[in-house]
Design a protein around this ligand. Structure first.
Ligand SMILES: [Zn+2]
Ligand SMILES: [Zn+2]
Length: 142
């Protein structure tokens, strides 16, 4: 297990994420929501226990909003109200103790972590190359 420091774009939010060996990688999400949120073609994520994320600065200031994903269940998005970086998402379908961390905000990890999987491959743009095992939506186990 390794602890990775992270922060939002403006620095108002800082955190530490503990990643187990098998979590040390980026899950690329190509869904249409991630295109809106990033202004790019995909986001970098990892599914971790809520207890593995320790927000050390700006926790009380974090704001959230809800949207409804493919499942029809709520997805709560937690973001810095100053710079709007999304720090993590909580999908109610995954239960109360699991969150989706934005691994692109890990200050060193984002460079050293490798692509672990690609999800929502069905929404991938045709010119994007495959860099990891790609699932149409989510892996069958989740
Ligand atoms: Zn910020
Ligand atoms: Zn997505």
């Amino acid at each position: 297990m390794t602890t990775y420091p992270g922060k939002c774009h403006c620095g108002q939010t800082e955190f530490e994420a503990k990643l187990e060996k098998e979590q040390e990688g980026h899950v690329l999400c190509h869904c249409d929501t991630c295109k809106f949120l990033s202004g790019g073609t995909f986001t970098l994520n990892q599914i971790i226990p809520k207890s593995a994320l320790n927000i050390t600065k700006g926790k009380d200031a974090l704001k959230s909003y809800v949207y409804y994903g493919d499942s029809g269940k709520a997805v709560n998005c937690y973001y810095c109200p100053n710079c709007t970086s999304h720090v993590y998402h909580h999908q109610e379908i995954m239960g109360p103790d699991t969150i989706i961390l934005r691994t692109g905000l890990l200050r060193d990890g984002y460079k050293t972590l490798q692509p672990a999987a690609e999800i929502y491959g069905k929404a991938k743009l045709p010119w994007e190359k495959e860099v990891a095992q790609t699932f149409d939506t989510m892996p069958p186990s989740t």
